[in-house]
Design a binder for this molecule. Structure first.
Ligand SMILES: [Zn+2]
Ligand SMILES: [Zn+2]
Length: 582
């Protein structure tokens, strides 16, 4: 069971206990644990496997009773307590309660009175007017539920961060020239670079707030203005994304952006810390509980300092170890975009890229990269237009020739070679040996069982020519689930063979994901952040890769392509050195 599934069980328990009229304290314990577990950066299954009960007890909000239940869920896949509780209610409660506008009480009413037990049944009952006829509901509530249900069915409301960033940059760019605008930046999960975001929160300061708010409301990409108040405007932009902009006073900006950046769990832990020091936090500042004096903060730095904490970068604010570390002054100096010297994964029009070799190289140089590996696809089954042996040899010559006549960037020859279904590589060892950089990637037979897939990738890592495993879980955000793979076994094999694992920075991939990066780094696995650019503008992907690496608490020393080319060549040349890096 993964964290999300465990969290869902506790959420359901909390809701069912609420229906039973249990004491609020007990209900909250479950919902709080669910929230923590859902966002925890390590899989509880892994923690339990390695450290047992004691490991689980270090997870915030997990007390002894919940700890026991997690253990039961992880070892049996079920929970007797939960099954007994569910049996006390009609079937539909669990299925219906999470529809916006429904909630546990209404779900209970609908399933008990109408015998509805799934979403299709709910939709039918809504359309027939049966729901509106229930006591306490009525036409308006039913219409509201139907609206939410239909939205729920047509799309997943959270969108990949790459798409959200595009929207935000357009908006911020368009508002840039409004006179008297001082600050304008995203808050919320976008600022923390979570891989998917829901609503977009923007926050700013300005001499004339109304001028900025109405400028946003008038933008051509706005399809509907939901709220337009004196300090806040909420709009829908094309593709249904909601954007909230708040213009606030300069002297409380620090507190407010801190509050709206979250995460919720981080803020809960921050408030707990404040309380122990006789202080209370709200979005406008910190109150001394004894004197009642309120302090306001223009910057987040000052606010964290007031709580005896080092500044915590937004990417770390997930309610894990960051407050404890900040109290010790031990927040790591996270890797930055400017630390990256090169990129080891890029494609040209020779395989499935859009732009020519020369165009890609010029773009990489313009992006400030000191070296670039050209890694077009092999001819295997996964990708159209992969390079045959002969075409690869010619490509190598062209890359070397271009390297000889271009200044300001060094080119490495390479290939993104398919790892075939049986774990063998798509080119012969003789051919692989001619390349500076070999990335092994899975592009086919993705539905293999966990055992087969794990063995397949480990076999590829055992090939001494394979330097890097590309996008190790093969997921596409919102489109393709990750392959089944024993990620811990992959990390161990990477260490043993000195194979580098990739953080593929394509906005739709971000693979490895943050929690896996966290774990890989902890184990000492060498990592690389690659753009996987298929077009000249995609070297910009690297900053998203850096953001997820930061969410995995990576410093410069954990990322191989922060090395100079000379150091990198040495590292790739002797694989034990790669393993020892960082
Ligand atoms: Zn690939
Ligand atoms: Zn690629």
């Amino acid at each position: 069971m993964n964290n999300e599934e465990i969290a869902q069980v506790f959420n359901n328990i909390g809701d069912l206990l609420g229906l039973k009229g249990e004491i609020i304290f007990k209900i909250r314990a479950y919902s709080k644990a669910a929230r923590t577990i859902e966002h925890y950066p390590m899989e509880l299954a892994q923690i339990f496997k390695e450290e047992g009960e004691a490991g689980l007890s270090n997870v915030p909000s997990v007390g002894p009773a919940i700890n026991k239940k997690i253990q039961e869920l992880l070892s049996t896949g079920g929970l007797e307590y939960y099954e007994k509780l569910k049996a006390e209610f009609p079937d539909g409660v669990i299925a219906l309660k999470d529809v916006p506008g429904v909630g546990p009480k209404t779900a209970y009413k609908i399933s008990k009175e109408l015998g509805v037990n799934d979403l299709n049944g709910l939709e039918a009952a809504l359309k027939e007017g049966a729901v509106a006829g229930l006591p306490g509901l009525g036409e308006k509530a039913a219409a509201n539920i139907l609206h939410h249900l239909q939205t729920l069915k047509t799309k997943d409301r959270r969108i990949p961060i790459g798409r959200a960033l595009g929207v935000v940059e357009e908006i911020v760019g368009a508002l840039h020239d409004v006179p008297g605008l001082h600050r304008l930046e995203p808050a919320g999960s976008l600022r923390r670079y979570r891989e998917t975001v829901g609503d977009i929160d923007l926050m700013g300061t300005a001499e004339d707030p109304e001028m900025v708010l109405s400028a946003l409301a008038r933008l051509p990409q706005v399809t509907e203005v939901l709220v337009h108040g004196p300090k806040k405007v909420s709009v829908l932009v094309k593709n249904g994304l909601q954007v909230d902009l708040r213009i606030v006073e300069e002297e409380v900006y620090g507190s407010l952006i801190q509050y709206f950046t979250g995460s919720q769990q981080h803020n809960v832990m921050l408030r707990e810390r404040a309380r122990r020091r006789g202080l209370s936090i709200n979005e406008y500042g910190i109150t001394d509980l004894e004197t009642g004096r309120v302090e306001r903060f223009a910057t987040e730095e000052a606010m964290y300092q007031r709580l005896g904490l080092q500044f915590i970068p937004p990417e770390l604010r997930e309610g894990q170890r960051e407050i404890e570390q900040a109290a010790k002054g031990a927040i790591p100096h996270l890797v930055e975009v400017s630390d990256l010297r090169g990129d080891l994964h890029s494609h040209t029009s020779e395989s499935d890229g859009r732009d020519t070799l020369e165009e890609m190289v010029l773009a990489a140089r313009a992006a400030g990269l000191e070296y670039l590996a050209i890694t077009d696809h092999s001819s295997g089954r996964g990708i159209a237009n992969g390079l045959s042996d002969q075409r690869l040899l010619e490509h190598i010559d062209r890359i070397r020739e271009l390297n000889g006549r271009i200044d300001g960037i060094e080119l490495l020859t390479g290939s993104e070679v398919d790892i075939r279904a049986d774990g063998t590589m798509d080119y012969s060892d003789e051919l692989l040996e001619k390349l500076d950089v070999v990335i092994g990637s899975v592009h086919s037979a993705m539905s293999q069982s966990k055992e087969v897939m794990t063995a397949r990738v480990i076999k590829a890592m055992g090939n001494p020519h394979v330097d890097i495993i590309g996008h190790p879980t093969c997921r596409i955000l919102g489109e393709r689930v990750p392959v089944e793979i024993d990620i811990e076994a992959i990390f161990r094999a990477a260490l043993e063979t000195g194979t580098v694992l990739e953080i593929d920075a394509q906005p739709g991939r971000l693979d490895l994901k943050d929690s896996y990066i966290y774990r890989a780094r902890e184990m000492g696995v060498a990592l690389v952040i690659d753009s996987d650019a298929h077009a000249t503008e995609q070297f910009d992907n690297l900053r998203l890769g850096v953001a997820v690496a930061r969410r995995g608490w990576c410093e410069k020393g954990h990322i191989l392509n922060t090395l100079t080319l000379e150091e990198l060549r040495a590292a790739l040349g002797s694989r034990s050195a790669v393993g020892a890096h960082g």
